[in-house]
Design a protein around this ligand. Structure first.
Ligand code: NAD
Length: 302
């Protein structure tokens, strides 16, 4: 490898097989590394030996272990993917920093509390380690088209943005991330939220909520609302209301624009979560931005 190339490791491989991307997100990281000419997938770790073996065979990974500290100490990789469950993330971020990682590509959610999340970000900043959370939907055509339509003032001043999603655990943070992306990462000034969590539902190694909803205000005055675990009537994911019209965003990647010119149906090159056939690979765009940031460029959100 050349000096400007990188060694990467994946911690938390998943079972593989069906449903990669919905689960076994480690395979998405593995494929992104394999497809990037500047990165070598040098090692992997999983506490489940069967998952580890399958992953290493699938990607021809040369080094495997069930102990993450050993992986990081032995290989001292520049890039670390953390694809385990949220409870293990603080220790894995700390171990990555301790063992000289330059960058961490971490699955969401970063931590169980805001305080813990902030502490981990500060730890990375203090040690010059770049960290990104895998909110890759920012690289999909659908969301970029929505953002552009708002920027082009097709609906005038944006006033209200509403999102809903049913049937996929932990989707609310993706909805919130898309709202923030469309608004150029405008900060949020206040939030009211409610969660119904009886303890009956478990996933990713912890208790999950049955339903959550939240209402909030961006600093520029735009209001936001999301309802996670319950689709709105009409099956739209997002509705953006402006002073001069509205936009409706559908899971299959279609957008309806309603303004003074009437109704326009807009097709895009991705659905809400994946590129369509032949579309750009969002993970390569994410990785290339990440490498540019590591090498002194601006971060994708600067
Ligand atoms: N960004 C996205 O779009 C996206 C999509 C799917 C999942 N996720 C997130 O990724 C995380 C993993 O989800 P998944 O569906 O891939 O789970 P999964 O169960 O398919 O895979 C997780 C793997 O991590 C391993 N593991 C758990 N603790 C470990 C530890 N301490 N050290 C090493 N290995 C460990 C497990 O054995 C398993 O193989 C979840 O937090 C989920 O929210 C994000």
């Amino acid at each position: 490898m050349n000096a400007e190339n990188y060694h990467a490791v994946v911690i938390g491989c998943g079972r593989g097989g069906e449903n990669i991307g919905v689960h076994s997100i480690g395979y998405v990281h593995g494929k992104a590394y394999r497809d990037n000419p500047r990165i070598e997938l040098a090692g992997a770790c999983d506490i489940d030996p069967g998952n580890l073996d399958r992953f290493c065979e699938h990607f021809s990974v040369p080094y495997k272990t069930g102990i993450s500290e050993e992986l990081l100490r032995e290989l001292r990789p520049e890039l670390v993917s953390i694809c385990t469950y949220v409870g293990s993330r603080p220790a894995l971020v700390e171990a990555s920093v301790r063992n000289g990682a330059k960058a961490i590509w971490c699955e969401k959610p970063l931590a169980l509390t805001i305080q813990e999340g902030r502490r981990l970000v500060e730890l990375c900043e203090e040690n010059g380690v770049k960290i990104v959370i895998n909110h890759y939907r920012r690289y999909l055509d659908l969301w970029n088209r929505v953002k552009q339509l708002v920027k082009d003032r097709e609906i005038g001043d944006l006033e209200f943005i509403v999102g809903s999603f049913e049937g996929w655990d932990q989707m609310e943070m993706h909805l919130l991330d898309m709202m923030r992306y469309i608004l150029d990462d405008e900060p949020v000034s206040w939030v009211m939220g409610q969660v119904r969590c009886t303890g009956a539902k478990r996933s990713y190694g912890h208790v999950m909520e049955e339903h959550s909803a939240c209402y909030f205000a961006f600093k520029n005055g735009v209001r936001g609302f999301y309802d996670a675990s319950c689709h709105f009537p009409g099956n739209s994911l997002f509705r953006l209301n402006g002073a001069g019209g509205y936009l409706e965003v559908f899971p299959e990647g279609a957008i309806t624009l309603a303004n003074a010119r009437g109704f326009t149906q807009i097709a895009t090159d991705s659905d809400w979560s994946n590129p369509k056939k032949g579309g750009r690979d969002p993970f390569q765009d994410l990785l290339n931005d990440f490498l540019a940031w590591i090498e002194g460029g601006a971060s994708a959100t600067d």
